[in-house]
Ligand binder design. Structure first.
Ligand code: NAD
Length: 402
């Protein structure tokens, strides 16, 4: 195979579907979205990438909100650069947490690569711009949830952080103890916490609230969640409703009739609890509204709703993302960018997911993604100047590919 100029893509003989980027440099920039405190690489993962034969350049201060000083990155072999514009303009693999802005995409050299969360349905213009500039892009949230890809699954690692923080937020906002106390002044009853949606975040919220001493109930539309809820010491609320199991272990989208009946059955339960933590989601859709304004009225004064689905519209009708509001004595907290509330561990887990994904694309120190790999098929959004991911094509109104 002939040599290619450093930093250019070329077809790899023998593996026609692969794209190569020799002597690649991985570029890490600081996040600019307000409230985003994570960073896509931590010193530990920089060390892994350097050991795999890659060069790593990090923007000065990129890890500041996660309390990761530049020197820690240098110690692991990274070079630190102040100039964000020239970093974005250097040909290699850019790794980020949040999607780039349109202006940033314009700075990326044609033929380079990008790994970050991309939310194609929310940012169609960015996806179009990436395709136009022939950027090979991978959306972290689209990594298939298979056993082999578990170590690359940012949805799980960040949901873990979110669920934990949601339980702590409920404990902070509730004007009561979570645990039971038997004191000389009498017995204090434990708080009753109700978790709606028992996926990764919900299960972590259950575990955390339970550890803090609350009595926890939970509900999910997937029947499979019941056993997991019980194994954490919580009670699974059985509603007289059919289960809503979709594909891949996710919930399927529910009809308005189903949601209406569910709300009716849930109302009775809401009147008995102190804190509600909502985490219900259906992939690619607005979060279902499970708690209406009317339902909040039946809750006891002083009780709390922590809505972890706030950024995707909220599970409570009253939720305002990023705000704590008090309505008729009930505090409703719309948790926004929950993983950023724990930036050190959230970054550590996120960065490991990113490094694990990137490393399956590295062969002999070169960036050479194998597009026959189901993980890469699942999360590659743009390549060869085109939008290749079926869901992204649909979001952009492009015809499905044969
Ligand atoms: P999610 O964030 O999409 O949804 C959160 C939860 O909300 C889900 O459990 C869902 O069933 C529930 N929900 C949706 N609508 C609801 C409603 N109307 N009422 C009550 N609950 C509702 O889900 P997630 O946490 O990302 O994961 C969902 C599933 O995927 C879980 O079974 C999890 O174990 C599985 N998973 C598998 C892997 C893997 O195999 N690698 C990795 C991660 C997650």
């Amino acid at each position: 195979m002939g040599r290619h100029p450093p930093g250019t893509f070329a077809r790899c003989a023998g593996t026609p579907a692969a794209t190569r980027l020799p002597r690649v440099e991985v570029v890490v920039v600081a996040e600019t979205l307000e409230g985003e405190r994570r960073v896509a690489a931590v010193p530990e993962t920089v060390g892994k990438l350097v050991n795999a034969g890659l060069k790593v350049a990090v923007q000065a201060g990129a890890g500041r909100y996660a309390f990761l000083p530049d020197e820690a990155y240098v110690d692991k072999g990274a070079r630190i650069l102040d100039d964000r514009v020239s970093l974005l303009g250097s040909r290699g693999v850019l790794i980020k947490v949040q999607p780039p802005t349109l202006e940033e995409v314009e700075l990326l050299p044609e033929g380079s690569a990008l790994i970050c969360m991309l939310a194609p349905s929310s940012f169609p213009d960015i996806i179009r711009a990436l395709a136009k500039r022939n950027i090979t892009s991978f959306a972290l949230e689209l990594v298939p949830r298979t056993t082999r890809a578990q170590s690359m699954d940012v949805l799980s690692s960040q949901a873990l952080v979110g669920g934990y923080r949601a339980a702590l937020s409920a404990a902070r906002l509730l004007p009561k103890f979570f645990p039971m106390f038997m004191t000389a002044a009498g017995t204090v009853r434990p708080a009753r916490v109700f978790v709606l949606g028992a996926g990764v975040a919900g299960l972590q919220a259950i575990a955390t609230a339970h550890r803090l001493g609350a009595v926890v109930d939970a509900y999910d539309v997937r029947a499979a969640a019941a056993e997991e809820v019980r194994s954490l010491g919580a009670k699974f609320l059985v509603l007289e409703l059919e289960t809503q199991e979709g594909t891949g272990g996710y919930a399927r989208a529910q009809s308005e009739d189903f949601i209406a009946k569910q709300r009716q059955l849930l109302t009775e339960h809401l009147a008995q609890v102190d804190a509600v933590i909502t985490t219900a989601a259906v992939p690619g859709r607005r979060a279902p509204i499970l708690v209406t304004a009317e339902m909040v009225k039946v809750m006891r004064p002083g009780s709390v709703i922590v809505d972890l689905a706030a950024d995707s519209g909220g599970n409570c009708e009253l939720t305002e993302a990023g705000r704590e509001i008090l309505v008729d004595g009930v505090t409703v907290y719309g948790m926004s960018q929950a993983p950023s509330e724990l930036p050190m561990h959230a970054s550590e887990l996120f960065a490991r997911n990113v490094a694990n994904l990137l490393l399956i694309m590295i062969k002999d120190g070169e960036f050479a993604p194998d597009f026959a790999d189901d993980i890469l098929v699942g999360c590659c959004v743009t390549r060869d100047g085109d939008v290749v991911h079926p869901a992204a094509r649909e979001a952009l109104g492009l015809e499905a590919r044969a």
